[in-house]
Design a protein around this ligand. Structure first.
Ligand SMILES: Nc1ncnc2c1ncn2[C@@H]1O[C@H](COP(=O)(O)OP(=O)(O)OP(=O)(O)O)[C@@H](O)[C@H]1O
Length: 282
C-alpha cells in the first residue's frame, strides 16, 4: 500500500528538526485552560495518538498546528518554522462531516487539490507525473472505482477514504488526523491505519492521530498524548495507558487491562464511552 511521490519532497531531514515542536504551549478559551505547559516533540516518522474525552482540546491542538488557532502562550513549530495557515508541509484529515448531495466535485479532483502548492513545474511531463501520483494514492485507499463520481453521491466511508488520499498525496512532513477511522468499516479501518503508519515510516511524516479508540492503531503508536480536563500525560502507550496514570489523570479510579493484545479501560464514566471494546480487532 505504500506509495512514493514524485512531488518535490517536503518531508524533513530526519537528522535535524522535529516534525512538530510545542514548547510551554497553553490554550484557553476564556478562563478555562484546555491544556497548559505542553511540551511535545514529534520526530519524523513518529506516530502519536492523541486521546481524551469530548471537549478536552484534541481538535483545538490540531487547529494550533494548522495555524488556525493562536496559543495563549508558548511556541509551536512545524519543521523548525512557526506554524502558519496553508502550509504545504501539513496533510490534514479533518473530522468527518457528510457532504451535501449537491457537491459535484469529483473525488480525484479533491485528491489533486492536495498537490496544490507543490512545485510540479509545467508541461506534459509534470501533468503526467501529477496524474500518476493521484492514481497511486487513489489505488492505495481503494477509491479508484468511484474516483470520477461526484463527491455528494458517495457514502460517508467512501468520502472519508478520499480525504485520507488528499492528505497523503503530497507526502507531507506532518500528518494531522482527526478521528480518521470514523465511518470506515473494520477492513478499511485497518487499511487506512496501516497506510498512515506506512507513510510515517517510508517518508518520515510525523503523525498526530486523534482518536477515541486506541486499539485499532495500538501496534503503530509510539507515544500517547492523553488530555483530560486541563491536564495531560505524554509517554509511551505503556507509560500512559495504565491504571495508576489514568486514575491520576481522571482523578478517580480507572482500571486498565490488556486483554488479548487490546486495551480495555473501565472506571470514569467519561473514559468508558471513550474506549469502545471491539470484538474483532487483533
Ligand atoms: N473557537 C472557540 N471558542 C470557544 N470555545 C471553543 C472554541 N473551539 C472549541 N471550543 C471549546 O473548547 C473545548 C475543546 O474543543 P475541541 O473541539 O478541541 O475538543 P475535542 O477534544 O476535540 O472534543 P471531541 O472529542 O468532542 O471532538 C470544547 O468545550 C469546545 O466547545
Amino acid at each position: 500500500m505504500t506509495t512514493r511521490s514524485q512531488a518535490e519532497p517536503v518531508a524533513l531531514d530526519t537528522s535535524t528538526e522535529p516534525a512538530v515542536r510545542l514548547r510551554g504551549a497553553t490554550l484557553a478559551y476564556g478562563e478555562r485552560p484546555l491544556w497548559s505547559g505542553l511540551d511535545l516533540d514529534v520526530a519524523p516518522g513518529e506516530f502519536v495518538a492523541v486521546l481524551g474525552p469530548n471537549g478536552s482540546g484534541k481538535t483545538s491542538l490540531l487547529r494550533v498546528l494548522l495555524g488556525l488557532q493562536q496559543l495563549n502562550s508558548g511556541t509551536v513549530e512545524i519543521g523548525g518554522e512557526q506554524a502558519r495557515r496553508g502550509s504545504n508541509r501539513i496533510g490534514y484529515i479533518p473530522q468527518q462531516r457528510a457532504l451535501d448531495a449537491n457537491v459535484t466535485v469529483r473525488g480525484r479532483d479533491l485528491v489533486g487539490l492536495g498537490l496544490d502548492g507543490h512545485h510540479w513545474g509545467m508541461g506534459i511531463r509534470a501533468r503526467r507525473q501529477r496524474k500518476q501520483r493521484v492514481d497511486e494514492v487513489l489505488a492505495a485507499v481503494e477509491a479508484t472505482p468511484y474516483a470520477k463520481q461526484p463527491l455528494g453521491l458517495l457514502s460517508g466511508g467512501e468520502q472519508q477514504r478520499l480525504r485520507v488520499a488528499q492528505a497523503l498525496v503530497g507526502d507531507p512532513a506532518v500528518l494531522l488526523c482527526d478521528e480518521p477511522l470514523l465511518s470506515l468499516d473494520l477492513s478499511h479501518q485497518r487499511k487506512v491505519s496501516r497506510l498512515i503508519a506506512d507513510q510515517a515510516r517510508s517518508t518520515g511524516s510525523g503523525v498526530l492521530f486523534v482518536t477515541h479508540e486506541i486499539n485499532p492503531v495500538l501496534p503503530m503508536v509510539d507515544k500517547v498524548l492523553y488530555l483530560v480536563d486541563g491536564r495531560f500525560r505524554l509517554g509511551t502507550p505503556d507509560e500512559v495507558m495504565n491504571s495508576a496514570t489514568l486514575s491520576e489523570l481522571y482523578r478517580t479510579d480507572v482500571e486498565v487491562a490488556r486483554v488479548g493484545g487490546r486495551l480495555v479501560v473501565a472506571g470514569a464514566e467519561q473514559c468508558q464511552d471513550h474506549h469502545v471494546v471491539e470484538a474483532d480487532e487483533a
